[in-house]
Design a protein around this ligand. Structure first.
Ligand code: ATR
Length: 286
């Protein structure tokens, strides 16, 4: 006879504030059904004030969860409260995926793996270039800088309106990362093979500034981590100018894979039907 806990189906969560717009329950629900697994994944809105108690209940198992995802504004506190944050989270100072293992709370950050897996799938060869330009130096750009550096890019140029924020990231992520003001954008794009937007410019259909992508290398790829709208104004401009583009939706889908595998025991696949499900949901809510 096993412990009754072991016979219960695993429960996972996404927590944030607000969390109701999260598409993670749709993603994990799709995989649970597709793989025929017993388990649940639900959104739990938790305020910053209540978050430490939520994590305490996760650790002592009174919450009944095997782990979950953490989104804004809890990623930094989740990292601090975890017993075993991995090296990726330690460098970022933030975790988005938590799981219990041997009675301890483990934490990682899967955004960078989501970013690279999306490009690997949608534009193989994206990593042939030695130089990348990253526009933006906010929270979302950190995992991208880390991922591009760890893939082996030799020069990573972070361009930001507030150059001090870009400089902080250059200091954090090492000598291959360089900071520049927006005025230097055209110059640093010269001959570069990968351009990544991590800013909110053009999000939710807002107007975006005109960018001349022509200094990029022939065959360069332009990608955006924003996925609402799917084709952001920056991607539309890059495409018009003849460059290959990859949208950011795949990053969201792929970043969910490691957590699902930890909580439910099987590695899920990002397929076109999942992508279509999320696009249909976006169409309903925009
Ligand atoms: P996130 O965590 O989602 O990255 P953030 O920390 O608010 O959000 O960062 C948003 C990014 O978009 C920053 O790089 C920001 O530039 P600043 O650091 O100068 O604020 C950039 N951004 C937002 N609006 C912008 C605008 N109108 N022009 C240029 N950059 C903008």
């Amino acid at each position: 006879m096993g412990d009754s806990r072991e016979t219960q189906s695993p429960k996972a969560f996404v927590t944030g504030h607000p969390v109701k717009h999260s598409r993670s329950p749709l993603i994990h629900g799709y995989w649970l059904r597709q793989l025929g697994l017993a388990g649940s994944y639900r959104a739990h809105e938790v305020s910053a004030e209540d978050f430490p108690a939520f994590i305490a209940a996760l650790k002592d198992r009174s919450g009944g969860f095997v782990g979950g995802n953490v989104t804004i504004p809890h990623k930094e506190v989740a990292f601090k409260l975890a017993d075993r944050p991995d090296e990726l989270s330690k460098e970022l100072g933030a975790s988005n995926t938590l799981w219990l293992e041997d009675g301890l709370l483990h934490a990682t950050n899967t955004d960078g793996r989501g970013f690279t897996a999306n490009l690997d799938k949608r534009h193989p060869g994206w990593d042939r270039s030695e130089r990348a330009v990253i526009l933006g130096a906010g929270g979302a750009s950190r995992a991208v800088i880390q991922a591009v550096r760890d893939r082996g890019f030799k020069e990573i140029h972070v361009v930001n309106r507030t150059v001090e924020r870009a400089q902080e990231l250059a200091d954090r992520f090492g000598e291959r990362v360089h900071a520049h003001p927006i005025a230097a954008l055209g110059e640093v794009m010269q001959g570069v093979g990968l351009f990544i937007n991590t800013t909110s410019l053009g999000m939710d259909g807002e107007a975006a500034p005109r960018i001349d992508f022509s200094p990029l290398a022939d065959g360069a790829v332009v990608t955006d981590i924003v996925y609402v709208p799917l084709k952001t104004p920056l991607l539309a401009q890059a495409e018009e100018q003849g460059f290959a583009v990859v949208d950011g939706l795949g990053m969201l889908l792929h970043q969910a894979v490691p957590g699902f595998e930890k909580w439910f025991g099987k590695r899920p696949v990002v397929d076109e039907a999942l992508r279509a499900l999320i696009i249909a949901d976006m169409d309903r809510h925009t």
